[in-house]
Ligand binder design. Structure first.
Ligand SMILES: Nc1ncnc2c1ncn2[C@@H]1O[C@H](COP(=O)(O)OP(=O)(O)OP(=O)(O)O)[C@@H](O)[C@H]1O
Ligand SMILES: [Mg+2]
Length: 474
């Protein structure tokens, strides 16, 4: 260990390389990310299951598909789903750009247009800025006045009230007459020809849509399984029942579930066995790679709405501790095994020089992540490594080993860091760690110290309660 403090330790950029002591699991997570395989991570608390799942998601390419819900005019309660890839959207954006028309300088339009839009003086013909109300050359008022004054609305001249827009006709080279619109945009003029105008109309008539899963999304989605709607999506209630004019149309009320939001990404489910009936939905979704969104509340106006075939092509990463394994439905496990891996995480690693270095890297990571505590001195690190050895013995019965229940170690370094910070130490010292180890014990351990055992503590508490009760009664 050739370092003075953890500030000198480099931290790998790759999030998977930041997971220490789980080499097998990391290898598999890499394969799973590139081959799109599911994972079941089994292991004790605080060994890096959640961390692995997140790191794996960061290894996935950016999503290429966007999911939108389209209005169905014939049957509003059966909206359509639309999946577009990046290329399609780019193409449409290009079209929209073309629809914007082109802007030109005032000198490039017929003089009567320049006049009407406030660029050209009617008296002397000089061009000037539209923002100037009178001609800077001859002083004439540039505002257009019809010969009829205000008697006839200016609409009669196909110009709006402020002279911002003028639509007229022109004869094309092949002798057709077509509509052309000139519009003032700042000090320039926008020209929209008939073709552009027609395209604009077509776009406006296009089905209204709501994007429920955008391109720009995270590839890591956590589902708690707390509710079916969270997992599978829902259709929100509308007190007006989606009535035209006053209600919100059904397609607007469709909400995606986590299975849809994790399309092309990782769906992470912690403690999967605590999720009971929903496991069934999950394996159906995994099999079909699409799942309908329906309103789940029968009392709600959303209950009559259904969108079929909403894509949900996710990678499932499920985590569980060893005792809860039987709580996972066999068909779900077989879906994972059939197209993925079950991985057992390690709870300790041999005490070697290489693995000690890994603990050092881990401590450096935790300190950087925390951001509020100073780095640790070499002596402090040695103290924590010794503790890692003790815990491997205590929890896993292993000699010459280091624990991989790293959340616990992370707690110790943070606590020690707080002591160092409170005492204005430049680095976390050995004493800070020793103090943290003493203070950081859980309540059971504290009781053990005070009463000899948790059981005795309970008994003495009971005795005290009895006494006070008798006193009060007597
Ligand atoms: N293998 C590891 N490498 C580096 N850091 C780790 C590792 N395992 C745990 N940690 C640290 O401990 C924290 C908790 O780990 P994580 O949440 O991944 O554990 P878990 O296995 O999901 O636990 P639980 O079963 O309680 O959900 C991480 O944020 C990280 O700081
Ligand atoms: Mg976790």
């Amino acid at each position: 260990m050739r370092f003075k403090n953890t500030g000198e330790i480099p931290i790998p950029k790759d999030p998977l390389a930041q997971v220490i002591g789980q080499d097998e699991a990391v290898k598999i997570a890499k394969v799973a990310a590139s081959q799109k395989r599911h994972l079941l991570l089994v292991g004790p608390p605080g060994t890096g299951k959640s961390m692995l799942a997140q790191a794996m998601a960061l290894h996935l390419p950016k999503p290429t598909e966007e999911i939108a819900i389209l209005h169905n005019p014939e049957q509003p309660e059966r909206p359509f789903v639309e999946v577009r890839n990046v290329n399609q959207v780019r193409k449409e954006e290009k079209m929209a750009d073309a629809l914007k028309g082109k802007t030109v300088a005032p000198a490039a339009v017929p003089s009567f247009v320049a006049e009407r839009l406030g660029f050209r003086c009617r008296r002397c013909g000089r061009l000037s800025r539209a923002s100037e109300a009178s001609c800077p050359n001859c002083g004439a008022d540039k505002k257009f006045e019809s010969v009829f004054g205000n008697i006839i609305a200016e609409d009669a001249y196909s110009s709006d009230k402020r002279g911002k827009r003028l639509s007229t006709t022109r004869v094309t080279d092949d002798g057709r007459e077509e509509v052309i619109v000139y519009e003032r945009q700042g000090e320039e003029i926008l020209i929209l020809d008939q073709k552009t105008l027609e395209k604009m109309d077509a776009v406006k008539k296009k089905r209204p849509r709501k994007v429920i899963v955008p391109f720009n999304r995270k590839t890591f989605v956590v589902a708690t399984g707390a509710s079916e709607t969270e997992l599978l999506g829902d259709v929100r209630h509308d007190p007006y029942g989606g009535h035209q004019g006053i209600g919100t149309p059904p397609y607007m009320r469709v909400v995606p579930g986590s299975i849809h939001e994790s399309h092309q990404g990782v769906l992470f489910i912690d403690e999967i066995s605590s999720m009971q009936y929903s496991q069934r939905y999950l394996f159906t979704a995994m099999q079909e790679k699409k799942y309908p969104i329906v309103g789940h509340n029968p009392q709600s106006a959303g209950a009559s709405v259904r969108v079929d075939d909403v894509p949900c092509d996710f990678i499932l990463v499920a985590a569980t501790n060893i005792n809860d394994l039987p709580g996972i439905l066999p068909p779900l496990r077989s879906r994972i095994i059939g197209n993925g891996y079950e991985v057992l995480l390690e709870s300790w690693m041999p005490d070697t020089a290489e693995n000690r270095d890994k603990i050092v890297q881990f401590l450096a990571q935790e300190i950087r992540k925390d951001g509020k505590i100073p780095h640790a001195s070499k002596e402090a690190v040695e103290e924590i490594i010794a503790e890692a050895g003790k815990r491997a013995k205590q929890w896993a019965g292993q000699d010459n080993a280091l624990t991989l229940k790293l959340r616990e170690l992370s707690g110790i370094i943070r606590l020690a860091g707080d002591f160092a910070f409170a005492n204005s130490h430049e680095l976390i010292s050995r004493d800070d760690v020793v103090l943290a180890l003493k203070r950081g014990r859980n309540v059971e351990e504290q009781l053990q110290d005070k009463y000899g055992s948790v059981w005795k503590a309970g008994a003495s508490e009971l005795a005290r309660e009895k006494k006070t009760h008798q006193k009060e009664v007597g």
